[in-house]
Design a protein around this ligand. Sequence first.
Ligand code: AMP
Length: 282
Amino acid sequence: MKVVTTITEMQSEINRQKELGKSIGFVPTMGFLHEGHLTLMKKARQENDIVVISIFVNPIQFGPGEDYETYPRDFERDLELAQGEKIDYLFHPSVEEMYPHSSTVKVVVQERTDVLCGKSRPGHFDGVATILTKLFTIMMPTRAYFGKKDAQQVAVVEGLISDFHFPIQLVPVDIVREEDGLAKSSRNVKLLHDERKQATALYRSLQIARETIENGERNPINVIQLIERHIKDETSGIVDYIEVYSYPSLNRLEKIKGSIIIALAVKFSRVRLIDNVMMDVN
Ligand code: AMP
């Protein structure tokens, strides 16, 4: 595995591989790798000649007062984990490398951002779309891998790839969970001891919601209230949002039908967690 820190070197490596006719699988991450990231890498390894991952905590997707400074980082550990997955290139640029001067252009996401995390984190998806536009242009990947844990991100990336005609296949990957159901996340280490135990209620509440819909409930308000009650009873967290939307269009539903997402965000004392389930409803 080659660690690359400059855009020029990364581009020349990619050009070399492209000239050899190699397919390229790309996994963008913010590091502090866990089983969720490794699952994306394994899938990329199976499906491509060359696998590139990036580790970059992107400052412009964090809002004021969010956790950019305290976002967990451990590059040495990440290196070992990436090596274990037989990654070809690990791109690890500095902030100055990615943003050498104040931006003349940024990518603004127009749709699918006035809900869920986009509503709670204004400007977040503009930051995501801007860094991904840069990374896609550098890597020119054949396929790019994204976790469904960040379901709204998958929807936004689908729009970005389609609108900007990137010749990239988007590969969404299922959520990887801890044994007790908690969705794996770099931020889970910021949960206090008691909160970690309580956090299982997030997925549990989503499962209860899914079962209720399977048993015939079609009113989104009832489903949302059911989840809210469960989370309030079982955790000390504060609900940021609980929503039932169409997926991937992310429109509000009068009646639960078709391809849907049930998504939530809950704030604990030092960390905000998100989770979701998707289902097809007749
Ligand atoms: P992050 O480092 O949090 O930006 O995540 C990098 C990629 O890994 C994103 O596409 C995430 O959706 C994905 N990812 C993070 N956690 C999980 C998980 N528990 N299961 C599946 N994918 C995940």
